[in-house]
Write a protein that binds this ligand. Structure first.
Ligand code: ATP
Ligand code: MG
Length: 331
């Protein structure tokens, strides 16, 4: 049996069903990400695991024990929220030590454990500061330290990085992953950011409208999306209906067809492929993302941004080639 296993979990608020028969598992030391659009039930699921929200039916098994009847304090779980939720009138050290005081850990040991986790999140010099003297990223590291110090059996992270700017977010997520691996801490991380999920996780659980659509490692979800939702949510696939795909690719399909934007190529030689016209382009750092139109079908094409290549402005008439191995029929 897995270290954490969520079994047939159901939750409604009044008449509104938030999620339905949720099943997923995490092995000991695994980093599992719940990924899905806003409102699909990620936070509610995490709160149900932590015991902050009651469940209607189902089990949450941790290390062989059903947590559902236990109060949040008895579950051995720590949770970090999207908002920092630090005590404003306590120093960093007091904030981090708070859980240990509740557990009546002797003060000498508490001090040592607080020092240890502050070092882990690279905030050793900040013990005497108050939350208002910290940046957003530093506050989130204090919140992380506060949850690590109690040595939880399970760490739950609900979009802990979403309020931070892109650069800090990237740094902090690497730090979280490093600490998680060092401590071999079983972690469930919630995000609606596919890139974050792909870079961090041992396993991704993709949710939509209160159900699990697909779960697997990043490679599987990226290269083998199970349905049109998964293809649209992860990897920015082009989704064509059977008729559009037939017209474009010159063979018949029974269902929708997904084509990854980086498996399409543009060239200036019309003999090379399908005639397309550039509608627009945007620069995504090392990638140029083109919107092109081919015989009434709009497509996204991702091209590596190399300084030697010229940018094709809107209106350019080009040829499009498709790597046929990358074409996937989806339900
Ligand atoms: N206490 C509540 N009472 C009634 N409905 C609620 C309550 N909490 C959440 N919901 C509803 O449950 C659904 C799922 O909410 P939840 O916060 O779990 O989504 P989420 O996936 O975390 O979204 P986001 O990415 O925006 O944080 C939403 O439709 C929300 O309105
Ligand atoms: Mg949420």
């Amino acid at each position: 049996m897995s270290f954490l296993s969520v079994e047939r979990l159901n939750k409604s608020f009044g008449d509104t069903r938030v999620f339905h028969d949720i099943d997923f598992a995490a092995e000991r030391g695994e980093f599992v990400t719940l990924l899905g659009p806003s409102g699909c039930g990620k936070s509610t699921l995490l709160r149900c695991i932590a015991g902050l929200t009651s469940v209607d039916s189902g089990r949450v098994m941790l290390d062989g024990e059903d947590l559902v009847p236990l109060s949040p304090q008895k579950r051995g779980i720590a949770m970090v929220f999207q908002s920092y939720a630090l005590f404003p009138n306590m120093t960093v050290e007091q904030n981090v030590a708070f859980g240990l005081r509740m557990q009546k850990v002797p003060s000498a040991e508490a001090r040592q454990r607080v020092d240890e986790v502050l070092q882990m999140v690279e905030l050793s010099g900040f013990a005497e500061r108050y939350p208002h003297q910290l940046s957003g990223g530093q506050c989130q590291r204090v919140a992380l330290a506060r949850s690590l110090v109690t040595r939880p059996r399970l760490l739950l992270l609900d979009e802990p990085l979403s309020a931070l700017d892109a650069r800090i977010r990237k740094h902090l997520r690497e730090q979280i992953r490093r600490i998680q691996q060092e401590l071999q801490l079983t972690t469930v991380f919630v995000t609606h950011d596919q890139e974050e999920a792909l870079t961090l996780s041992d396993r991704i659980v993709l949710m939509n409208a209160g159900r699990i659509v697909q779960s697997g490692d990043a490679e599987t979800l990226y290269t083998a999306p199970r349905d049109a939702f998964a293809a649209g949510f992860i990897g920015n696939y082009n989704l064509l209906d059977a008729q559009q795909a037939g017209k474009l690719l010159g063979r018949s399909f029974s269902g929708q067809v997904a084509i990854r934007p980086e498996s399409l190529r543009l060239s200036q030689d019309p003999a090379d492929g399908i005639a397309v016209q550039v509608l627009a382009h945007s620069l995504l750092g090392n990638v140029i993302r083109y919107r092109v139109e081919a015989d009434g079908v709009e497509l996204t094409v991702d091209v590596l941004n190399r300084s030697a290549d010229r940018l094709y402005p809107a209106g350019s008439r080009l040829a499009l080639t498709i790597d046929h191995d990358s074409i996937r029929e989806v339900a």
